[in-house]
Design a protein around this ligand. Sequence first.
Ligand SMILES: [Zn+2]
Ligand SMILES: [Zn+2]
Length: 140
Amino acid sequence: MTSLKGGCLCGRIRYRLSGVPHTVTHCHCSSCRKASGAAFVSWFTVALQELTWLDEAPARYASSPGVERGFCPHCGTTLSYQHVQWPGEIDLTAGSLDEPGRLTPTTHCWWSEHIDWVEELDSLPHYPGWLPDEAKRRQD
Ligand SMILES: [Zn+2]
Ligand SMILES: [Zn+2]
């Protein structure tokens, strides 16, 4: 596997991995939801020593005791998660990879906190780009 690279939306925070991620999962906990603004967050885990922040390191926010979430202070992209319980590891957002398709999530975690409609995602109409006007609906 050639090394995985990624970064934030504005490009000021970039990273490179020297190792192979060992866990790829969709997290449905309410903290990930609030931190990202997304329905759930897809994460992968690597050894801390296999991660290099290439320029700037992320800003950090202690979202709960023992937890630090890293994000770009310029554009807001959610990038990392570290827990004191696993000091040698860091989770990174799969969506921040330049080639996110190279990793395949194999599990859902914190399913006890998932939003009900997440179960229906595959059954919804799929459009290749912007929604056409006829697909825009008010919620009554
Ligand atoms: Zn940024
Ligand atoms: Zn989570």
